[in-house]
Design a protein around this ligand. Structure first.
Ligand SMILES: Nc1ncnc2c1ncn2[C@@H]1O[C@H](COP(=O)(O)OP(=O)(O)OP(=O)(O)O)[C@@H](O)[C@H]1O
Ligand SMILES: [Mg+2]
Length: 308
């Protein structure tokens, strides 16, 4: 079922799709999704967002808060074009999956003119979640900085602190990569980022770091610099603002706190680590794809050779 739905689910969209995924709840997917989306908007890209967590709708609320705040304060704020897809309730599983595939396809088609689409996923193994992993160009997996959360990637031998076997989620990513290669011969770039790191490095954190480095080679992900536990990441949700918005928008005197400055630097460093097609060639390629799609009036995946 998943294999045959790849084409339609992607909606022919030429945009670069970034999926924030981790089956573990509360690891920072929605927070990072919004920060990445706003960072890309602020660097001049057109960005769409899709919330697949129909139960919590955290990213949807974040975007709504941002729209409201901009309206109430008559502020010029870049806001992503946003869609959410909720789990369909049908007696037959296949019917529900068909509806979900359609809804995701429609959302991605509608966002086809964007340079980037950032997709937030639920912290559970659902059909929509698997579909999202199948259409990702870049997968960002935030994980809390502890061995409890490590479990989502691999089982660890507590005595030797060595990896015993990959987890279900790691297997799901491997399968998504395999299907993606079969479908359009594209590679999924997987980046794991430790989140809510303590500013004081402990022995436990060194161990987590060593295990992640070992595992990155086994599972084929890249490890980005971590994101620290900071008030700056959660205090702005209600305003729909982020650490990468101008400080005068949310600091009473326009002067940033140390935490805000550090949070901004961390997000900028994460965007750099993702190695997205944000350079000149990437931008020209995205422009050419968009123009071509407009001319033929349908989204199309143009081979790079035509747009260099
Ligand atoms: N680096 C951080 N520093 C401080 N708070 C953070 C950080 N990252 C996330 N949080 C907070 O942790 C909580 C969980 O984050 P978030 O909702 O982004 O996780 P999630 O992976 O999307 O969760 P779920 O799986 O339930 O959707 C939120 O209250 C968020 O504000
Ligand atoms: Mg979430």
């Amino acid at each position: 079922m998943l294999h045959s739905t790849f084409g339609p689910a992607r909606g022919g969209s030429p945009a670069h799709v970034i999926v924030c995924g981790n089956e573990k709840g509360g690891s920072g997917k929605s927070t990072l999704a919004m920060h990445l989306a706003v960072a890309l908007l602020r660097s001049g890209h057109s960005v769409g967002t899709v919330d697949l967590d129909g139960r919590q709708l955290s990213l949807t609320r974040y975007v709504e808060n941002r729209r409201r705040w901009a309206r109430d304060n008559r502020a010029q704020l870049p806001v992503p074009a946003h869609f959410h897809v909720s789990p369909a309730q049908r007696e037959r599983v296949a019917d529900a999956q068909g509806i979900e595939t359609h809804q995701l396809t429609d959302a991605l088609s509608a966002l086809g003119g964007c340079d980037f689409i950032v997709v937030d996923t639920p912290g559970a193994d659902t059909y929509l979640n698997r579909l999202a992993h199948r259409i990702a160009d870049t997968l960002v997996t935030p994980m809390n900085d502890s061995f409890i959360d490590f479990d989502v990637l691999a089982r660890i031998d507590p005595a030797t602190v060595r990896v015993v076997e990959p987890s279900q989620y790691a297997d799901a990513v491997r399968e998504a990569r395999r299907q993606r290669r079969l479908a359009d011969n594209r590679l999924l770039d997987w980046i794991v980022v430790r989140n809510r790191m303590s500013s004081i490095t402990s022995r436990n954190e060194h161990k987590v770091d060593a295990c992640l480095r070992q595992l990155s080679m086994q599972l084929g992900f890249r490890l980005a610099d971590g994101v620290t536990e900071r008030v700056a990441y959660r205090e702005l949700f209600a305003l729909g603002l982020t650490a990468v918005d101008p400080f005068e928008l949310h600091s009473p005197d326009g002067r940033p706190s140390r935490s805000q400055l550090a949070a901004r630097a961390e997000i900028e460093s994460l965007v750099t680590a993702l190695r997205l097609p944000t350079d000149d060639i990437g931008r020209r390629r995205a422009d050419a794809r968009r123009r071509f799609a407009e001319i033929v009036n349908r989204p199309i995946d143009l081979p790079d050779i035509f747009v260099r």
